[in-house]
Ligand binder design. Structure first.
Ligand code: CA2
Length: 150
C-alpha cells in the first residue's frame, strides 16, 4: 500500500480560528481527518504533520525517503521564501504536490512566487480544503502509472 506524507507549514495550525474568508472555517484536524478518510477509500495510507519550524519541515521531508511514496506539501509562507525546502524536496526524489488553500496567484504579488513549485509534480491552489483531496487523487493516479498498473 502506498503511503503519503501530508505536510503543513507555519500558521496552518491556526486554521478555523481566523481569516475564514481566505482559508475557510475548517480546522487542520478536520482537514487531516478528511484526508485520512479519502486516502483509505483510495487504498492509500497517510501520515500528517504540521510544523511552524523550517528545519522540522526539512527533517520531515528527509525522513519521508524510504517510508512514503509521495508528499503533499502546504509550506505556508515558506513557499515564497525557502530555497532550503525546495532543495529538501529535490534531494528525496519523491513526487510532491504543492497545495494552497487560497489562490496565491490572485493575492499579493509576494505570494505569486513559489520556490516549492520548481520541485513539484504540480500545484493545486484556490480550492480550499478540497485541494488536499484533489492532491491525493492526483498522487494516486501518478503512483499507479509509475507502478505500471492497468
Ligand atoms: O493558501 C495557503 O494555503 C497558504 O499556503 C497559506 C499561508 C500563506 O502564507 C500562503 O501564502 C498561502 C498562510 C497560512 C496562515 O494560516 C492562517 C490560518 C488562520 C489564521 C491565520 C493564519
Amino acid at each position: 500500500m502506498s503511503s503519503i506524507l501530508i505536510l503543513n507549514g507555519p500558521n496552518l495550525n491556526l486554521l478555523g480560528t481566523r481569516q475564514p474568508e481566505v482559508y475557510g472555517s475548517e480546522t487542520l484536524q478536520m482537514i487531516e481527518k478528511a484526508c485520512r478518510d479519502h486516502a483509505q477509500a483510495k487504498g492509500l495510507e497517510v501520515d500528517c504533520l504540521q510544523s511552524n519550524h523550517e528545519g522540522e519541515l526539512i527533517d520531515a521531508i528527509h525522513n519521508a525517503r524510504g517510508k512514503h511514496q509521495g508528499i503533499i506539501l502546504n509550506a505556508g509562507a515558506y513557499t515564497h521564501t525557502s530555497i532550503a525546502l525546495m532543495d529538501a524536496v529535490f534531494s528525496v526524489e519523491l513526487p510532491m504536490i504543492e497545495i494552497h488553500l487560497s489562490n496565491i496567484h490572485a493575492r499579493e504579488a509576494f505570494r505569486h512566487t513559489s520556490y516549492i513549485a520548481r520541485a513539484a509534480l504540480g500545484q493545486i491552489c484556490g480550492f480550499g480544503s478540497q485541494g488536499y483531496l484533489l492532491a491525493l487523487d492526483a498522487l494516486a493516479v501518478h503512483l499507479a502509472a509509475q507502478r505500471g498498473d492497468q
